[in-house]
Design a protein around this ligand. Structure first.
Ligand code: SF4
Length: 337
């Protein structure tokens, strides 16, 4: 499989009056051509900062990216590109869809013209041809009456249709990577499912690799090939969808899984909610960042950060419960220690 994107030791911090907030603390991962990688974690875990860093959207200052970090797109380090070249990468190589399309769409321009403008800028087509392409894109994302809808403004679209229009803009230049940051959070559940199905269909059609950033593990089950779980600026577990859904090893992943609504359990059960809050990233703990909320925490958890332990070629977990050098403990979910 071709490695399209490689993120190596990404560290992003923000200088604030209170001190340096270490938002992403040494994250490494890759994305293969044509696959979908989900980055999952609760608010403040560093997932959005990671995706912004990939797009070159970290404002410096107050943001700061460590000098030894690398983000390689087909071997080219995006962190070393001047802003002018990075502007070409955004749109042509990597496109993004955001949580709230209303803040990304221009309210004073018709949808058709907005899509056409992207095509003119990135594909160099003349305006008339780009407009025809824009209508084709609207049809592709299942907007009914595309010709008429292209003449409308964003406020005339429903939330779901606006997100479809954003997807049309993002895919109009046939990017290698689509970065989708909480693309369905602002939508109701039925529309969420339709948008995720649409992203999956278009990915098959265009062979675009997708990075899907979300707090909701339930959203990624049918779409992602691999999942990485982030907590407190670190990746705490990564694996294939099956490894994460059927053989998760990190207590934080268990908590995320328990908070996904299920149809096969007795309906009266309340959804699980994790108590406590993530650590203060002004002064991250020296040990496992999840220790204060983890019911399996041992003394060693507060003293040292567990390194990643390989469970398979594709599955890794950073937890002392699975570390070969950890004190012997009984595996709380059964199976072998
Ligand atoms: Fe819990 Fe310790 Fe594992 Fe952290 S390392 S998740 S505190 S058991």
């Amino acid at each position: 499989m071709t490695r399209l994107l490689e993120v190596k030791n990404l560290k992003v911090s923000y200088n604030t009056y209170a001190g340096k907030v270490q938002s992403v603390r040494g994250v490494s991962f890759h994305l293969n051509a044509g696959e979908t990688l989900a980055i999952v974690g609760e608010s403040g875990c560093g997932k959005t900062v990671t995706s912004k860093a990939i797009l070159g959207l970290i404002q410096t200052p107050p943001g700061e990216i460590s000098k030894d970090s690398e983000i390689l797109l087909e071997g080219k380090d995006l962190l070393k590109l001047p802003e002018k070249e990075m502007r070409n990468v955004r749109g042509s190589d990597i496109s993004m869809i955001f949580q709230d399309p209303m803040t990304s769409l221009n309210p004073t321009m018709t949808i058709g013209k907005q899509i056409a403008e992207t095509i003119v800028n990135h594909r160099g087509l003349d305006k008339a041809l780009a407009y025809q392409e824009a209508i084709k894109m609207l049809k592709l994302v299942n907007i009914p009456n595309a010709e008429a809808r292209a003449k409308q403004y964003p406020h005339e679209f429903s939330g779901g249709m606006r997100q479809r229009a954003m997807i049309a803009i993002a895919l109009a230049c046939n990017p290698k990577i689509l970065l989708a940051d909480e693309p369905t959070t602002a939508l109701d559940v039925t529309i969420q499912a339709q948008i995720m199905d649409l992203i999956k269909d278009l990915q098959d059609k265009f062979q675009t690799a997708v990075v899907l950033v979300t707090h909701d593990l339930g959203v990624v089950a049918d779409v992602a090939d691999r999942i990485q779980v982030m907590y407190s600026g670190l990746i705490v577990e990564r694996g294939t969808v099956d490894e994460i859904f059927y053989n998760a090893q990190h207590p934080y992943t268990w908590a995320l899984l328990q908070s996904v609504p299920r149809l096969d359990t007795k309906n009266k059960a309340k959804l699980y909610s994790l108590n406590g809050t993530p650590p203060d990233l002004l002064k991250p703990p020296v040990g496992c960042p999840f220790a204060a909320r983890c019911e399996y925490a041992m003394n060693i958890c507060k003293e040292a950060m567990p390194e990643a332990t390989k469970m398979s070629d594709s599955h890794e977990v950073s937890c002392w419960l699975k570390h070969p050098n950890a004190p012997k403990v009984k595996n709380p979910i059964g199976g072998s220690d």
